[in-house]
Design a protein around this ligand. Structure first.
Ligand SMILES: [Zn+2]
Length: 740
């Protein structure tokens, strides 16, 4: 990287939030595992390698390991000359590989990869490699020896013994494979027998993926072993197996660990001790149903299903959750079994999961953002346009026209737009997930959670600044020698608080917005920085620190929040996100009421306050924790009370939901039955029948009897814009009383 060449930094506006920083393993940079998700971008089926490819890859991996080890070794000693380039050895290889003068002290993959490849193509007979060799055919029938003829003793013994040996060999591999997969398979089998019908498709899919994987492993293991054996004469079989297994495990590690997310989820269900996981699953599933614009218990209208051309999440999808060292995160079903999205829940949240559930609304929104076709791109464009237009018209007044990046002057409006565009995924998840699904509870939760994370090492009272005010960028040189800048997807905490505040303003909660800003300032010790800074993520020398005035980021935030909430989106069928989900004063009143109950440990849900959704309960849990801390309750005690109470409340919401759903399904069935009877009576269908969207015949997707909700109940899709926009109108006619 030359330092004296003037590099031009370019700001191209496209969302770089493709989720790639949120892989289940090894996300890097400043990304905090707790505010991270893992949307999947896999293929429809998990891309398993076949046994041949796996073998080649495994052997190549060994080769590289060996080469690395060699390079690390001091020079001298034995140098492996059996390289790829050696002509003479190449010429003789088919016959001399196993028994030639080459002696390898190590299990070396140094020549394995290539020679193996060559061998398998040549189909040459190789001693010690029975599976691959092609045994020369005799030219004609050969006479039997006299002894054999007379005694009736032929080669059967050798064949029989050899066969048995092979069988034992097969069994040996089975044992190794069993060790790897039996536990996973057991859990899936348990799920097949014990989990509800809605999980069965996922169970079947998982089961077939596992058996595919098992087959691949079983196919590759002997081949890898053969390859190793041929290349390492004299090395003990045990050591060879060890090496083969090790390298195959490494090769398949990622696939296995992804599948394990699902099998663990089943396993933890089997364990029965993780009631909290059910709460996570229920909260996210309900959020999803709310987002679809209906009472969660209503079947979806065709209008809604068409509107949400889901890329990954389909109608009727289910979620499973596991506690793990990762997360919070979700992995869409495309990365594992179909139609079951996996939620990663950090173990350390296990005893107070209800306090953290509002964060899963943020996670949930990530999935929507990546899932609804065209939404990510559209929101990026919408937000960029909003900032540029506001700046152009003078509605957004910036503190200055230009800022410097190193020696280059760039228009501040452009840089600001670029920053918001690059962080759009997170900003959107905070605004349209956190705030619109949980209201002010999200602000309290976010601020205390960030502060807790940031003080993990030193403690709250030793950490001067509880919210971060800096982050990182990446620069990539393009073909023209320009440097393309991209900000990492997570805006620094302090800014996020201000974006959340702007969203609260936008939904008519200015007092809470003010509170949010004050708390953010308190968290940075009342020393509000003048600039938010971004540094090169790789620490490359000579790269400038990018500084954007805090004041300008704050001024742009309302335009961003408004654009995200209010702009009608093509990807949502020309409605805005705010028309689909919304947190109203009524929602907030319910959450506040529940929070007070929780603080008193009172779990019995009222029956006269309209529908209570899980979103109200989870918002209440965060508010109640804050309230108890404010009241001087010891935080651990407070958390314990809330956890117990909130879980009970969630159970009631779940029961009410299931009862309502069952009633609606029964009603739909009755209507369908009646329609059938009608149709039987008069053979010609009534003329006006086409109006009810999607007559019962065509809605095969999940919602049994798609128009069962056409009757008088709350199924009217317009209910989504009702005053309690988080779902049906409060106290709507469809409300069954919650059961305790
Ligand atoms: Zn996030």
């Amino acid at each position: 990287m030359s330092n004296n060449k003037p590099v031009q930094i370019i700001l191209d506006l496209k969302s770089n939030d493709d989720g790639s920083d949120r892989k289940p393993h090894g996300h890097h940079g400043s990304c905090r595992p707790h505010v991270v998700i893992c949307p999947g971008y896999g293929n429809k089926d998990f891309p398993f390698p076949n046994a041949e490819d796996l073998t080649v890859r495994a052997l190549t991996r060994l080769k590289k390991k060996q080469a690395d080890a060699k390079a690390a070794q001091a020079e001298g000693g034995e140098i492996n000359t059996d390289g790829i380039g050696s002509k003479s050895s190449k010429g003789q290889r088919p016959f001399d590989t196993a028994g030639s003068g080459h002696s390898h002290e190590h299990i070396t993959g140094a020549c394995a990869g290539d020679s193996w490849d060559g061998l398998s193509k040549d189909q040459t007979f190789v001693p010690g490699m029975p599976n691959l060799g092609q045994i020369p055919k005799p030219a004609a029938v050969i006479a039997q020896s006299k002894r054999a003829r007379e005694n009736g003793i032929d080669g059967t013994l050798f064949v029989a013994a050899g066969g048995l040996r092979e069988l034992l060999e097969d069994g040996k591999y089975d044992a190794i494979v069993a060790e790897r997969f039996d536990d996973l398979v057991d859990k899936v089998n348990w799920a097949r027998d014990n989990m509800g019908p809605k999980y069965q498709r996922a169970v079947e899919s998982l089961s077939s993926q596992l058996s595919k994987l098992r087959e691949v492993y079983l196919g590759a293991l002997p081949r890898v072993l053969d390859g190793l054996r041929a290349q390492n004469p004299g090395v003990g079989e045990g050591r060879l197996i060890e090496a083969a297994v090790e390298v195959l495990d490494e090769e398949l590690k990622q696939i296995i660990s992804v599948l394990r997310i699902w099998t663990d989820a089943f396993g933890q269900q089997r364990g029965g001790s993780y009631k909290q996981l059910d709460a996570v699953v229920f909260a996210v599933e309900q959020a999803f149903l709310l987002f679809e614009g209906n009472d969660p218990s209503q079947p979806l209208s065709n209008d809604v299903t068409t509107r949400l051309k889901n890329r990954v999440f389909g109608v009727g999808d289910t979620f499973v959750a596991r506690f793990s060292g990762e997360g919070p995160a979700t992995l869409p079903g495309t990365r594992g079994p179909v139609r079951a999205h996996a939620l990663e829940v950090p173990h350390d949240e296990r005893h107070f999961i209800t306090l953290m559930l509002v964060l899963y609304m943020h996670e949930f929104r990530h999935d929507v953002f990546h899932d609804v076709e065209g939404m990510g791109e559209e929101l990026t464009a919408v937000v960029s346009k909003a900032i540029m237009q506001a700046a152009g018209k003078g509605e957004l007044k910036l503190t200055r026209e230009h800022v410097n990046i190193g020696k280059q002057r760039v228009p501040l409006a452009n840089l600001l737009t670029k920053m918001y565009a690059d962080t759009i995924g997170e900003v959107d998840a905070d605004v349209s997930g956190g705030v619109l699904l949980a209201g002010p509870a999200f602000l309290y939760n976010m601020l205390m959670t960030f502060s807790a994370f940031n003080s993990r090492r030193r403690g709250v009272f030793n950490q001067r600044q509880l919210l971060r005010t800096s982050s990182f960028y990446e620069m990539e040189e393009n073909a023209n020698g320009q440097m393309a800048l991209s900000f990492l997807p997570h805006p620094p905490d302090y800014i996020r608080a201000h974006i959340v505040a702007a969203a609260l303003d936008e939904i008519g909660m200015p007092d809470e917005a003010k509170q949010c800003r004050l708390l953010a300032d308190q968290a940075v010790g009342w020393k509000v920085p003048e600039f938010i800074t971004w540094d090169d993520v790789n620490g490359t020398k000579g790269r400038p620190t990018i500084k954007i005035p805090v004041e300008d980021i704050k001024r742009a935030a309302p335009f961003v929040a408004r654009a995200l909430i209010r702009t009608p989106l093509e990807s949502l069928g020309k409605v805005s996100t705010g028309e689909v989900i919304y947190w109203t004063p009524k929602s907030e009143a319910k959450a506040q009421m529940l929070a007070e109950m929780m603080m008193d440990g009172e779990a019995q849900l009222p029956t006269d306050k309209g529908d209570i959704h899980v979103t109200h309960v989870i918002a209440a849990a965060s508010l109640a924790y804050w309230g108890l801390c404010k009241s001087g309750t010891q935080p651990r005690d407070g958390a314990a009370v809330i956890e117990a109470t909130a879980l009970k409340m969630i159970d009631q919401v779940r029961n009410a939901f299931e009862t309502r759903k069952a009633a609606l399904e029964a009603e739909a069935a009755r209507v369908a039955e009646a329609a059938k009877a009608d149709a039987a009576k008069n053979l010609a269908p009534p003329a006006g029948d086409g109006t009810g969207e999607g007559g019962d015949g065509e809605s095969g997707d999940g919602g049994e009897g798609g128009d069962g909700s056409v009757d008088s109940d709350a199924g009217d899709p317009s209910a989504e814009t009702g005053p309690d926009g988080a779902g049906p109108v409060a106290g709507g006619p469809g409300a069954e009383e919650p059961q305790s």
